[in-house]
Design a protein. Structure first.
Length: 285
């Protein structure tokens, strides 16, 4: 075969590979554009992305009747193909239970662990939460601290807030108001509404930073704008104090955290800010 003929054959082969490997973009539909029945058809033949999409439809009740049981089934299939995000979503479902799905805290913790060990930062945060509260595992503040730290160091804002709370209360580590402040600040800088609220509390109390009422109100206000309802109480209360008005009644049930590491005298303040730890019901999904 001549060189020219060989080149022609290679060009033809190359065109075949291009056509097979890269379908006409104008004719191709993105998965998100497909109808639910088409996604389901793809999911049934093993398409991992379609399995994830179908699971999300069932999880939130989008175009189908909500069913955590069905969602868990499809997340499990995607997880079996190595999808770590599917493993996290399955863990969240069995952690909560409901809609026909039995709650299984031990399984949830195990799924969090497996996803956390391969670097999923949200799973690391939830595994820390499980250790902190003894959910599916034996409670261990030290283990909670370590998993929060890993997630926080990877840049996950909720974990940075949780790590700040561990430093604030001295759980799993030595109490440090400065490190608590630093972690709340990291979380707040990423827009986490709990981090914003808690950073406001640090400024109000002068814990780990110079007391600054103006900054406290600023961060409480930003937390309110980000959707943190308890921050509304903190903002309203501190505003009333600054303006000399009667204190407004709280609108939500609260739990106050008063760290023993706080400087002498600060705990005598009559109306300390409320600092919250997000739980499985309040944490953003």
């Amino acid at each position: 075969m001549s060189t020219r003929s060989l080149l022609k054959v290679l060009v033809l082969i190359g065109l075949v590979f291009v056509c097979v490997g890269y379908p006409n973009s104008g004719a191709a539909q993105g998965l998100e554009e497909l109808s639910f029945p088409k996604k389901l058809k793809l999911a049934k033949v093993g398409d991992e992305d379609a399995q994830m999409a179908v699971a999300r439809h069932y999880e939130v009740g989008n175009k189908v009747k909500r069913s955590r049981l069905e969602a868990a089934k499809w997340y499990r299939l995607a997880m079996d193909q190595g999808n770590v995000e599917a493993q996290l979503r399955l863990a969240r479902l069995v952690h909560q239970g409901g809609d026909g799905l039995k709650q299984d805290l031990i399984m949830a913790a195990q799924l969090y662990r497996e996803a956390a060990e391969v670097g999923n930062v949200e799973a690391q945060n939830w595994l820390g939460y499980c250790y902190q509260h003894g959910i599916g595992v034996e409670a261990s503040d030290q283990s909670a601290f370590e998993w929060y730290r890993q997630s926080a160091d990877a840049g996950f804002a909720p974990a940075q807030n949780n790590l700040g709370l561990m430093y604030l209360t001295g759980k799993g580590t030595e109490r440090s108001l400065l490190r608590a402040f630093e972690n709340f600040e990291r979380s707040a800088n990423l827009g986490d509404h709990w981090g914003l609220n808690n950073l406001g509390g640090m400024y109000e109390m002068g814990w780990g930073v110079a007391k600054d009422t103006r900054r406290a109100l600023e961060f409480y206000g930003r937390a309110v704008e980000a959707g943190n309802k308890p921050a509304q109480d903190n903002f309203a209360r501190l505003s009333a104090i600054v303006e000399g008005r009667p204190l407004p009644p709280a609108t939500v049930a609260t739990t106050q955290i008063k760290p023993a590491a706080a400087p002498a005298g600060t705990l005598q303040q009559a109306t300390p800010p409320t600092v919250f730890t997000p739980d499985s019901e309040t944490h953003q999904e």
